[in-house]
Design a protein around this ligand. Structure first.
Ligand code: GAL
Length: 665
């Protein structure tokens, strides 16, 4: 049975290795340095299609043969990639029908990667051929640990609008709806009299004069996910004809909005993720923690692989900041703390050519006499000490609802406010929980919620009836629920649930919303306390007229369009409670206090009295303490052996400024 672990022992350490960009004498230096750093796995051949198949049907594996043999002689395993994310230049010229077309109908150019239509039969045939040749040749190679299919599905070519895609979309719709009447009903096409007489009349949602049918847009997004999954399956099944090793592809959680990774997860033997620090943020490590928690959740709680991150700057942000001293180590170990069994980078050696030459690497342009290299070697030693964490699980009492379909739907055009953004609210709630030292799982709203004391739904605009009932049952059974505004508004077709807002959640929340009052840019409203919790909270973005229908007000609006009306409510239902927040509180403007109040009410235990710059995560019997502040912090109640420093902790541990302590009970 293919699956995890992929290496005989320990955590995987390494990165994307692109030796084809270098002369062979550099390869020997590479493997020497890999050994020095303790690298045991490299991702190989990601962009090799044009090199191993220089002309259609003519293969040249000589370079890859030599590299795999060299890696094997050095004890380094290969995560061998299928090269299909970057078709060769001959392919594009030979099969012009495979070219990617964007929403504006522009045929996108070559000289780049990802430049193909995922529904193209020519692409399907050519990619299957090269994958079969590759798999047949290397299936038994002793350096091989796993297969890395493609690279970042849907990154640059998530949606293609070419005639082939249009035809495939219509076939997909026929399959989904059976007859066009069902499609018309689902999309509500009586609106503007846009009723379709046949499937042939349906076009993909290309740029239109104004307001496209939202059901059409959502289904095109679903279809596009399926188109990419079909590409993946084709390659996976081709590999399976030759090899039983684990097969994966690298996800981009949470930064690839078009890919619904709940759907993808079932396809891979091990979930692998690429994450790049958003260095423009104030506290980028909180978004990193969120990405790692979401990846673990997509993996169903099983260990996952961090397939790419960076030692320092990337090359594609507006300002590409180098990591500060200790930051790479904290970043890597935070991923490990949150369930990764690997620490892989893009890339091993910095490129001299092409678009990514200013991207950091494990071996930077400055070479081995550099801080990055010394940090890479030290990180290798840390990871060897952490070998015992492999396979261990992270558990959480709190779940945050994340649904890609809700993400897509919320951000279609013509919503009540341009400030309604899916990640804006999810990240606000995640940050408040992170600062309370609470580790969370993410869940699809129809998931089994029984492991969680508290479920938080910060941005569930789209919520079908069945998932809404799931949340309802969770509360009745004694769970707790915290919901933010503009949730439970539409069903899976973007049709408003009947009656007052928030239709799908009205009963569980015990409220009815009469009118939305989005705020002007920079406008704020103040909340008054009518109970415990924060007394001077400030809301942004949203206010609305909430009528109590079973719930009671916990806070009211003190000013703004809904002054004197409920702002935060609580509904005791069955053995649990459901809380509703109708404005955008931020961690520092009241959300943290409110979240603490709800956590206490739900009986979620967590450490108290620690600075909110300390990241604290338990993975199996390992406790990770990651200090993001410039001052040391002492944590009481810590007993066990220091995994990284060899210290014996008996009652308390001091984590140095910017440092990491891992204690094993
Ligand atoms: C990833 C990609 C890599 C490299 C990297 C740069 O998205 O998989 O090939 O381009 O970004 O940050």
């Amino acid at each position: 049975m293919p699956g995890y672990p992929v290496l005989p022992e320990g955590l995987a350490y390494g990165g994307d290795y692109n030796p084809e960009q270098w002369p062979e004498e550099v390869w020997r230096e590479d493997v020497r340095l890999m050994r020095e750093a303790g690298v045991n796995l490299v991702t190989l051949g990601v962009f090799n299609w044009g090199l191993i198949e220089p002309r259609e049907g003519e293969y040249d594996f000589s370079r890859l043969d030599r590299i795999l043999d060299l890696l094997h002689s050095a004890g380094v395993y290969a995560d061998l990639a299928t090269p299909t994310s970057s078709p060769p230049t001959w392919f594009r010229r030979r099969y012009p029908g495979s070219r990617l077309v964007d929403r504006e109908g522009r045929v996108l150019g070559g000289g780049s990667r990802h430049s193909f239509c995922p529904s193209s039969p020519d692409y399907a045939a050519a990619s299957e051929r090269v994958v079969a040749a590759l798999a047949a040749r290397y299936a038994g190679h002793p350096a091989l640990a796993m297969w890395h299919v493609h690279n970042e599905y849907g990154w640059a070519n998530a949606h293609c609008y070419c005639p082939t895609s249009a035809e495939a979309f219509r076939a997909w719709l026929r399959d989904r709806y059976g007859d066009v009447g069902a499609l018309n009903a689902a999309w509500g096409t009586t609106f503007w009299g846009l009723t379709y007489g046949s499937f042939e009349e349906v076009e993909p949602p290309v740029v239109a004069p104004v307001g496209l049918l939202t059901g059409l847009q959502l289904d095109f997004m679903r279809f596009s996910v399926d188109a990419h999954i079909a590409c993946f399956r084709r390659e996976r099944e081709t590999i399976r004809r030759f090899s039983d090793l684990p097969v994966t592809t690298n996800f981009m959680i949470p930064n690839c909005k078009p890919m619904d990774y709940w759907r993808w997860a079932a396809e891979v033997d091990v979930v692998a993720n690429d994450h790049y620090l958003d260095s423009g943020r104030a506290d980028p490590h909180i978004e990193l923690a969120m990405a790692a928690d979401l990846t673990r959740s997509v993996a169903g709680g099983r260990p996952w692989m961090l397939m790419e991150h960076s030692t320092g700057a990337v090359n594609w942000q507006p300002r590409n900041l180098a990591k500060r001293p200790g930051e790479m180590r904290r970043n890597t170990l935070a991923h490990v703390a949150r369930g990764s069994d690997s620490a892989m980078f893009f890339q091993w050696r910095a490129s001299r050519y092409g678009a990514e030459k200013f991207h950091s690497a494990m071996v930077p342009h400055a070479g081995a006499d550099s801080q990055i290299w010394r940090d890479v070697v030290a990180l290798g030693a840390d990871l060897r000490r952490l070998a015992g964490v492999r396979g261990a699980r992270v558990t959480a009492d709190v779940a945050v609802v994340w649904d890609w379909e809700s993400y897509w739907a919320l951000e279609l055009e013509w919503r009540p406010s341009a400030d309604l953004r899916f990640r804006e609210r999810v990240e606000a709630y995640y940050e408040a929980l992170w600062r309370e030292h609470v580790t969370v799982d993410f869940v699809h709203p129809s998931a089994d919620l029984s492991p969680y004391r508290l479920v938080v739904a910060p941005s569930s605009y789209l919520l079908g009836e069945a998932p809404a009932k799931n949340l309802h049952r969770h509360v009745e059974a004694g769970g707790h629920l915290l919901v933010s505004y503009f949730s439970g508004i539409v069903d899976e077709n973007d049709t408003i649930h009947p009656g007052p807002y928030p239709g799908a959640l009205r009963e569980v929340l015990g409220v009815a919303v009469e009118e939305f009052h989005p705020l002007r840019e920079h406008e704020t409203v103040t909340l008054s306390s009518s109970g415990t919790g924060p007394s001077s909270a400030t809301g942004r973005i949203w206010s609305e007229r909430v009528r109590l229908a079973g719930a009671r007000a916990v806070h009211e609006f003190a000013d703004g369009p809904d002054a004197g009306h409920p702002a935060v409510t609580r509904h005791d239902l069955g053995a649990g409670s459901a809380w509703y927040v109708s404005t955008a509180l931020d961690a520092e403007s009241g959300l943290r206090g409110l979240v603490a109040e709800v956590l206490d009410h739900a009986g979620v235990s967590r450490p108290h009295g620690l600075p909110d710059t300390l990241e604290l995560v338990r993975r199996g019997d390992h406790l990770f303490l990651i200090n993001h502040a410039d001052a040391p912090v002492t944590v009481d109640g810590v007993t066990g052996s220091g995994v990284l420093d060899g210290a014996a902790y008996d009652g308390s541990a001091t984590v140095p400024a910017g440092g990491v302590v891992v204690v094993r009970r």
